[in-house]
Every structure is written in structure tokens, then in C-alpha cells.
Design a protein around this ligand. Structure first.
Ligand code: FES
Length: 146
């Protein structure tokens, strides 16, 4: 079993990898969903474009200005939701929220690299950084969209 220190280091290196080499950076010209959202606590922004067809997220890209956690989280988010049903993408966003709040969550869900964000829960001031991209996605495809 890994020690907490090693786990923190692993999480940090996964976050830095996504920050330095972001997946799905850019803009989808013919997107079906476009969302701009900012983090009110710092003013950092994300511009998210997606193609959603037949309730499946076919593609997702992002651009933005933000700290390493927010941009790494956006990279992870786009990577995770591509090819997923809207329902599963929203379930994942809900799981991230539960992790950040320190609540119980469905451990059967495959979090992939997103697990690295769980360490952020220890730093309340950074939670909005970690959830920015997920909130943007929820706004774009969730029940309150349109
Ligand atoms: Fe602005 Fe993290 S400090 S999103």
C-alpha cells in the first residue's frame, strides 16, 4: 500500500502532466454545445466546446486561463467524458463534487486520472479550481442546460 506522501506525489505529478501537456486543448468549430464559465473567486475562465449527439459526448475541447489545478482538471474532464453518455458524464461530475465535499461516493466508478484531484479536497480554497471544468460541462449538458 502506498504511503500518503507517495500518493500526494503521484497525484501532483498526474496533475502537472495534464497541466503541461493538456489533452483536448482547443476549440471545436462545429460544436453543438458551448459554455463559458469563470471561477468567481479568482476570475479564471474556461471555454468549453462539445459535440453531443444521441446523448453521447462525441468530442470535447477546452481553452482557458487558470491555475494548474483548473487547467489540469479541464484536461482530465475532457479526456474522461469523450465517448461517454451524457448520463455517465454527469454522474462523474457529481462524483467529483462528492469527493470535494468529503462525502461518500460510488467507488465502483472508474475515475482514471481524475482520482488525482481527490487530494485537492484537503485545500478548500482550491476546490473551485478543481470543479470549474466539471461545472461548465454540467451547465452545457445537464438538466438545466438550454
Ligand atoms: Fe483561478 Fe484556480 S486560482 S481557477
Amino acid at each position: 500500500m502506498k504511503s500518503t506522501k507517495n500518493l500526494d506525489q503521484l497525484y501532483r505529478s498526474v496533475i502537472m502532466d495534464h497541466y503541461k501537456t493538456p489533452r483536448n486543448k482547443g476549440v471545436i468549430e462545429k460544436s453543438s454545445v458551448t459554455v463559458d464559465m469563470n471561477n468567481p473567486t479568482c476570475g479564471d475562465v474556461i471555454h468549453l466546446t462539445m459535440i453531443v449527439e444521441d446523448d453521447i459526448v462525441q468530442d470535447a475541447k477546452f481553452e482557458g486561463e487558470g491555475c494548474s489545478i483548473s487547467m489540469a482538471s479541464a484536461s482530465m474532464m475532457t479526456q474522461m467524458i469523450k465517448g461517454k453518455s451524457v448520463e455517465d458524464a454527469l454522474k462523474l461530475a457529481q462524483t467529483i463534487s462528492e469527493i470535494m465535499l468529503g462525502n461518500e461516493y460510488d467507488k465502483s466508478i472508474d475515475l482514471g486520472d481524475v482520482e488525482a484531484l481527490s487530494g485537492v479536497a484537503k485545500f478548500p480554497a482550491r476546490i473551485k479550481c478543481a470543479t470549474l471544468a466539471w461545472k461548465a460541462m454540467e451547465k452545457g449538458v445537464g438538466p438545466d442546460s438550454e
